[in-house]
Design a protein around this ligand. Structure first.
Ligand code: HEC
Ligand code: HEC
Length: 281
């Protein structure tokens, strides 16, 4: 049993040892074919954790099962929608993704490396930013709304063709200062509850908070289909929800802060498999 957070008198009452029996030892194979690494050694930059776990590990048996078969996974419907969009022309250039990138399978491995430094743009780009870069700069099309359904569907498609591949985002070189900023945010306590991401997802994973079984808050499974709102959910919208739960002001989706936080949180999952679209509650 891990210790409850250091020094948090109000907060300590929030957490309780987990009672029910979720199968934390379970392994995930999708369609009896794609092996997913749901637990592995923590990357070297993580000082306080030895093992990293996918959020899938902490879900109930029923929720876990939904992700084992694409016919059961409600997130896969949105992948099908994106396959149609992939092949459709849009914008002033009369082009679709297919015209430059061939089949979606050509994107295998790409999801695993984002957020990533883009040399030409001179910035760290999330996958959403890269897709919008192609839309505006190469297709002459409108930007898709960050974490809107068009974007999440496309992200689900891009994730699905990388399933089983290890997350491997670069944290050095030109991405380093962004990564440092994300790390700083991760460990900063906010809100009336005075909690940081780490207080919940590093100090208390495996414990219960209210009625919820806390995971490490990994993002290898995004976008996630949540049973709670019956749709795909984006990484940064999830961050917003968590920050709001601490009763703090939150950053906007697409802000520099959340881009940095996304890079940092992604790097905490280096070594887990890409598993989006995943299913969570
Ligand atoms: C007119 C050609 C063109 C079209 C159409 C196009 N792209 Fe791209 N795309 C590129 C080029 C060139 C690059 C690599 C250079 C760069 O980083 O911008 C790229 C890079 C990418 C990458 C990053 C790949 C990597 O290895 O990091 C993704 C993801 C991507 N495109 C998605 C899309 C999607 C989704 C669409 C359709 C909505 C699309 N692209 C439409 C030309 C295009
Ligand atoms: C008060 C505790 C608390 C804090 C603080 C908190 N979270 Fe969460 N978070 C939760 C709970 C509860 C869930 C839902 C259960 C789970 O997946 O862990 C969750 C879920 C998540 C998930 C979804 C994981 C998955 O597998 O789908 C991510 C990502 C996440 N949090 C990131 C963050 C980040 C980044 C921060 C800091 C900005 C943060 N959280 C702060 C409680 C917290």
């Amino acid at each position: 049993m891990k210790l409850l957070i250091k020094g948090g008198i109000v907060s300590a009452a929030l957490f309780a040892a987990f009672g029910a029996n979720a199968d934390e030892e379970a392994s995930l194979v999708i369609n009896e074919d794609i092996e997913i690494t749901v637990r592995t050694d923590a990357p070297a930059h993580l000082d306080n954790m030895r093992t990293i776990y996918s959020g899938w590990v902490y879900r109930s048996d029923e929720t876990q099962a939904l992700q084992m078969d694409d016919f059961e996974n409600p997130g896969m419907i949105f992948v099908d929608d994106a396959i149609d969009v992939w092949a459709s022309a849009d914008g002033s250039e009369g082009k679709g993704c297919v015209d430059c990138h061939n089949e979606p399978a050509s994107m295998a491995g790409v999801r695993a490396t984002y957020p990533k430094w883009n040399e030409e743009a001179g910035e760290v780009r999330t996958l959403a930013m890269q897709v919008n870069g192609c839309r505006t700069e190469r297709m002459g099309a409108e930007e898709w709304k960050y974490d809107g359904s068009d974007m999440l569907n496309m992200e689900a498609l891009l994730a699905s063709v990388s399933r089983g591949m290890p997350v491997n985002v670069a944290i050095d070189g030109p991405a380093q200062s962004t990564w440092e900023m994300g790390k700083e945010l991760y460990y900063t306590r906010t809100g009336q509850l005075d909690l940081s991401c780490a207080n919940c997802h590093e100090d208390n994973y495996g414990n219960n908070i209210r009625a919820d079984h806390l995971s490490q808050g990994q993002i290898n499974g995004f976008p996630t289909y949540r049973l709670k709102n019956a749709k795909l959910n984006g990484v940064q919208s999830r961050f917003r929800g968590c920050v709001r739960d601490t009763r703090a002001e939150t950053y906007a989706v697409g802000s520099d802060e959340f881009i940095a936080l996304e890079l940092y949180v992604a790097s905490r999952g280096n070594g887990l498999s890409v598993e989006g679209p995943s299913v969570r509650n």
